[in-house]
Design a protein around this ligand. Structure first.
Ligand code: NAD
Length: 375
């Protein structure tokens, strides 16, 4: 059986650069982080994490790196508030680390990136969610209700240590929303203006793996009636983390589309939880954009094993038990108008240009929790 058609003769010219990166993917790899830190050349290392990952970060720092660790900062926050970056930048100026370790999800990795943007130094990332941020040179920072993002080689982690054991306690709800965030990276890579056959292969593989793994995790969670599932979930945890890695690579190789722009606007303006916002919006945005990209549509539907790509994303989300809407996040109609007005004028035009009314309709669908094609 031939694989999914993800490039054709008219679109398969491409160019991309690879950067210096070492990736380790192995159970208990975090216990041996000192070796990786030494290889990276870190001798005065600052560890950053969110409050929830503080114990894990302390354990990794104590066990692995000994006197190479100068401090553990456990105050990372979602959307990387600029005032937080300013205060940790003062800590950096005082303590003068030569390297950073980020332990956690996109919030910890995002803080490390913001610090490296101000004071360039290598980052070793130990991801514990499926955000994929560790794989990208994309940074983000939020100030005055606006989330700014950019790309810079200096923020791309130099070493990534994936230890699936660290994801076993990721709560079921966070796992599936974080996994949908990763799927969103892959979907947008497929119709990006700079989509290329390599990124598309990674993206299609990521969607397939993540969908399978997340369905399995959700099933296990349902069967266990909410009790923690560990051993049975081993395979799914590995698959999901690997899928997140592939999706992050695809995101790094391509430009973000309307979906990511909307999520960033909602995060900046309303502090909307990042992964859940992705999960709420993705089927709505993809149902609008995918019909304009037959190749992306084919890749998504084949990866999901569904005849209709947009409907398949709605079905996946429902299957994962994600039923939240933008209304549940506290937004009202005026908020939707404000987001549409902020995003539409500079919205990415690939694979189709959305009008302000289109963007408003997508947001309305995500607010009501229904498929825009119902209208
Ligand atoms: P997060 O990092 O805030 O983590 C969510 C919560 O889960 C936190 O409370 C954290 O302590 C907890 N947690 C993390 N790992 C855990 C584990 N293994 N077990 C139990 N709890 C765990 O959320 P996120 O969705 O990973 O990241 C969101 C942030 O990442 C946003 O700011 C977003 O903009 C950014 N992001 C950046 C990129 C990029 O390429 N730059 C990509 C994706 C996301």
């Amino acid at each position: 059986m031939p694989g999914p058609l993800i490039a054709d003769a008219s679109t398969d010219a491409f160019a991309y650069s690879l950067r210096q990166l070492r990736v380790v993917f192995r159970e208990a790899a975090a216990d041996d982080i000192g070796t990786e830190l030494e290889r990276m050349g870190g001798v005065r290392t600052l560890v950053v994490c969110t409050p929830g990952r503080a114990q894990t970060a302390q354990r990794i720092a104590a066990g692995a790196a000994g006197d190479r660790i100068i401090a553990v900062f456990d105050g990372a926050r979602e959307h990387v508030p600029a005032d937080l970056v300013d205060s940790v930048t003062r800590l950096v100026a005082r303590e003068r680390p030569d390297s950073l370790i980020a332990v956690g999800g996109g919030s910890a990795i995002g803080l490390a990136k913001a610090l490296a943007l101000h004071a360039p130094m290598p980052i070793l990332a130990v991801p514990t969610t499926y955000s994929g941020s560790e794989m990208t040179r994309v940074w983000g920072m939020t100030a005055d209700g606006r989330k700014n993002t950019g790309r810079d080689e200096r923020v791309a982690p130099r070493v990534i240590v994936y230890d699936p054991l660290l994801t076993y306690d990721l709560p079921a709800g966070t796992s599936v929303t974080s996994g949908m965030n990763a799927i969103a990276h892959a979907v947008e890579a497929l119709y990006a203006p700079d989509a290329n056959p390599v990124a598309s292969l990674l993206a299609a593989g990521a969607i397939e793996r993540l969908a399978r793994a997340l369905r399995a995790l959700a099933d296990l969670h349902r069967e266990s009636a909410g009790a923690a599932v560990r051993g049975e979930a081993t395979h799914a945890r590995h698959e999901a983390l690997l899928g997140a890695h592939l999706a992050g690579r695809a995101l790094d190789m391509t430009s973000m589309g309307l979906h990511h722009k909307l999520c960033h606007a909602l995060g900046g303006m309303f502090d909307a939880p990042h992964a859940l916002t992705h999960a709420i919006l993705l089927p709505c945005v993809a149902s609008f954009l995918l019909p304009a990209s037959p190749l992306a549509t084919k890749a998504v539907s084949e990866a999901l094993g569904e005849g209709d790509a947009g409907a398949g994303l709605f079905a996946l989300r429902a299957n994962l038990g994600i039923h939240a809407t933008l209304r549940d996040l506290g937004l009202d109609g005026a908020d939707l108008d404000a987001v549409a007005a902020a995003v539409a004028p500079a919205a990415p035009e690939h694979p189709r240009k959305p009008s302000t009314a289109d963007v408003r309709a997508i947001l309305e669908a995500a607010w009501r929790g229904r498929d825009p094609s119902d209208d």
